[in-house]
Ligand binder design. Structure first.
Ligand code: DX5
Ligand code: ZN
Length: 219
């Protein structure tokens, strides 16, 4: 099966957001990845509800919302109301992760957990059956355009093994430094959702860049 592609609008032109969303609408992208940063969990601030609502107004594809914020429980309903289809919280930001996952599901959203590069995938063993998506960060979250961390391949293989045991339908998403040079190897390792910010939006032809990711063949 072809991987899902979730371009990150963190790398879009914020002064031409409608144009860039319409480009994504007409592309082979499956989801639109929305990076929310609070300046506390990560050392950067991206954007909040008004921008997300504006994106939702034009987007015809589901919004894949990545919350890089502390205490996400406070805002889950607000993100649902702003148009989130899937909501991912960080393992490192949730004291009561099981409760948070249930709250996301109760809102009718796809529930996901994101892991920082240093967080071992085995820590998810007791919740993996409850989530629909795990996002393996292949950079330290906070900024687009960073260098891909090589240890990610090993984490994907371990997560795929865990998923085969407990949740074979799990979406395994990779976020950070993804481009056509590593996509095949990521899929070969067991990933099935590719997030791409700079490699899409800085491409000469973003539609072709998305298509190339969508049509990646495993090695
Ligand atoms: C990083 C964000 C990523 C980022 C990816 O904190 O979570 O989604 O936008 O950007 P690239 O593809 O440029 O690494
Ligand atoms: Zn992200």
């Amino acid at each position: 099966m072809k991987p899902f592609v979730s371009p990150s609008i963190l790398a879009a032109d914020f002064a031409n957001m409608q144009r860039d969303i319409e480009m994504l609408n007409s592309s082979e992208a499956d989801w639109i990845h929305v990076d929310i940063m609070d300046g506390v969990f990560v050392p950067n601030i991206s954007f909040g509800f008004p921008v997300m609502k504006a994106v939702k107004q034009y987007a015809t594809k589901p919004l894949d919302v990545h919350l890089m914020i502390v205490d996400p429980d406070r805002y889950l309903k607000a993100f649902k109301d702003a148009g989130a289809d899937g909501i991912m919280v960080h393992y490192e930001a949730c004291t009561h992760l099981h409760r948070t996952i249930q709250a996301i599901k109760d809102l009718g959203c796809r529930a996901g957990v994101a892991l920082n590069p240093h967080t071992n995938v085995r820590l998810l063993e007791d919740v993996i059956a409850d989530v629909e998506q795990v996002c393996v960060m292949s950079v330290n979250p906070g900024f687009g355009g960073q260098k891909f961390i090589h240890n990610t391949y090993k984490k994907i293989r371990e997560l795929r093994t865990l998923a085969e045991l407990h949740n074979p339908k799990l979406f395994i998403e990779i976020d950070g430094g993804v481009d056509v040079s590593n996509a095949s190897k990521l899929i070969e390792a067991g990933a099935n959702v590719l997030v791409a910010g700079s490699s899409v939006f800085s491409a000469h032809n973003p539609l072709d860049a998305i298509s190339a990711l969508k049509n990646t063949q495993p090695l």
